[in-house]
Design a binder for this molecule. Structure first.
Ligand code: ATP
Length: 138
């Protein structure tokens, strides 16, 4: 059996998960990366997207992460995120409503840059939540 490492995902509001896992895949700002037990320590920022992992029984699971930071140590990966939800906790209707709101803001001609950037990031969050929620079998 593969060596396990601990995966912890934490937001300012809650502990999202703390599990022993075989492998973690995460959306780094420089590209997706994978971590196995014994990995060289590193720190990176994250963009909105999907964290995939295999739990101790080999089952694949997914969660949404809104962006934040990841610290990988040989026996542990800690993800500090602004928000995160397990796949089954994603409210897809809420994400669809958020996507629609963001798209409407982006379509407004006189939107200033700040609102435009905020709306763009909100749109990415909503799209990623919808993609993860629609994935079957995780
Ligand atoms: P919304 O506009 O619907 O609030 P958002 O992208 O602005 O979406 P966040 O700021 O990322 O929301 O998250 C705020 C809180 O709401 C967090 O606790 C997050 O886990 C939760 N949350 C946001 N959207 C969803 C969703 N679609 N399903 C479940 N929880 C969600």
């Amino acid at each position: 059996m593969a060596e396990l490492l601990k995966l912890e995902v934490v937001t300012p509001e809650k502990y999202v998960i703390s599990e022993d896992v075989e492998i973690v895949m995460a959306p780094g700002t420089l590209g997706e990366f994978g971590v196995l037990s014994g990995h060289t320590p590193f720190l990176t920022s994250l963009k909105p997207g999907k964290i995939n992992y295999k739990d101790a029984s080999g089952k694949e699971k997914a969660l949404f992460v809104s962006g934040g930071f990841s610290e990988a140590l040989p026996d542990k990966v800690t993800i500090l995120a602004e928000s995160a939800e397990r796949r089954r906790d994603i409210d897809i209707d809420r994400a669809r409503a958020a996507l629609e709101r963001a798209q409407k803001r982006l379509a407004q001609e006189k939107a200033d840059n700040v609102n435009f950037e905020r709306a763009k990031i909100a749109m990415y969050r909503a799209i990623e939540r919808i993609k993860i929620a629609e994935t079957r079998g995780l």
